[in-house]
Each structure stands twice: as C-alpha cells, then as structure tokens.
Design a protein around this ligand. Structure first.
Ligand code: 5GP
Length: 143
C-alpha cells in the first residue's frame, strides 16, 4: 500500500535534516526544519519538515503533527508579513496517487497573488538561487 511502508532514510529531506544535502534554510529546532522549495510553485514557496522519520501524515505521531502545525502557522505569518501575498495555500500530500513525490512528511506553505497562477505541483522549474536566498532573507527577517 502506498500510504504505508518502510521509511527510506536516503530520501532527500532526510539528507537535508542530517545536514548531508544543502537547503536554503528558514529555521530549525529540535522537531522541525523549514526551507525554501527549490522547484517553487510560486515565489516564496517553502516547506516545513518534521524531523520524525515518517513517510506521511498517517504515519506521523500526533505530537509531531501538532508541533509541525505550530511552525506552519508561524511560517505562514512570516510569509504574509515578508511578501504580502493576497493568499497563502497550506497543503500536504500523502502517497504517490495524491501527488506526493518526496516520502518524508512535509507541509507546503505557498504564497499567492491575485491573477498569478501557480506552477503545477511537481512541474515547477528550479529556482534561481540568488532570488531564492533573497526571498529567504525576507521571510527570516519576519519570523
Ligand atoms: P511533494 O510532492 O512530496 O508534496 O513535495 C515535494 C516538494 O519538494 C516539491 O514541491 C519539490 O519541488 C520539492 N523538492 C524536491 N526536491 C527538493 C530538494 O532537493 N530541495 C528542496 N528544497 N526542495 C525539493
């Protein structure tokens, strides 16, 4: 079943959590890390990644889910303050049929502006690193 299975600790977010792969980090504490999505659906698209080794929300502990949501709210508020979008989408995909592509639980925070369509999920092109760092600096300043 795609929603349950062995956790693969070689997935890219596990490597980022361990510091083995780079990311444009927004914050990190003992339970979660947040960083910029490298194939953003909109400018400022970022991710909250609980550190617990769980594939998806169904496998995440209640405590980690609750802690993650506190950080999602804080990040959404920082994105609002920093980038002044007209809307913010908070979304989370469980299992490949639902659109999940990285099998370590994460929550998307995606700012949106009136009249600007989102790039498709999984279809975004790689961000310009200077622009990504500049957006991250603004979001961090608002945290
Ligand atoms: P999912 O489809 O699993 O919900 O979302 C995975 C997200 O991770 C996608 O939005 C994708 O753009 C992003 N992503 C994939 N690989 C990397 C990476 O190496 N670094 C970062 N920062 N984001 C990634």
């Amino acid at each position: 079943m795609s929603l349950h299975g062995d956790y693969d600790d070689q997935n890219i977010f596990a490597k980022i959590i361990r510091g083995e792969a780079p990311c444009v980090k927004l914050f990190e504490d003992d339970v979660a890390i947040a960083f910029m999505d490298i194939f953003p659906q909109a400018k400022g698209h970022c991710l909250v990644v609980p550190k617990e080794p769980a594939r998806n929300l169904l496998e995440l502990s209640e405590d980690a889910a609750a802690e993650a949501m506190k950080r999602v709210k804080a990040l959404a508020a920082a994105v609002e303050k920093a980038l002044q979008p007209d809307g913010v989408t908070v979304v989370q995909f469980n299992g490949a049929p639902a659109g999940q592509t990285v099998f370590h639980i994460h929550i998307h925070v995606i700012p949106q502006w009136e009249g600007q369509a989102l790039a498709s999920h999984g279809g975004g092109k790689q961000a310009d690193m200077d622009e990504l760092n500049a957006l991250a600096d603004k979001i961090k300043a608002a945290l």
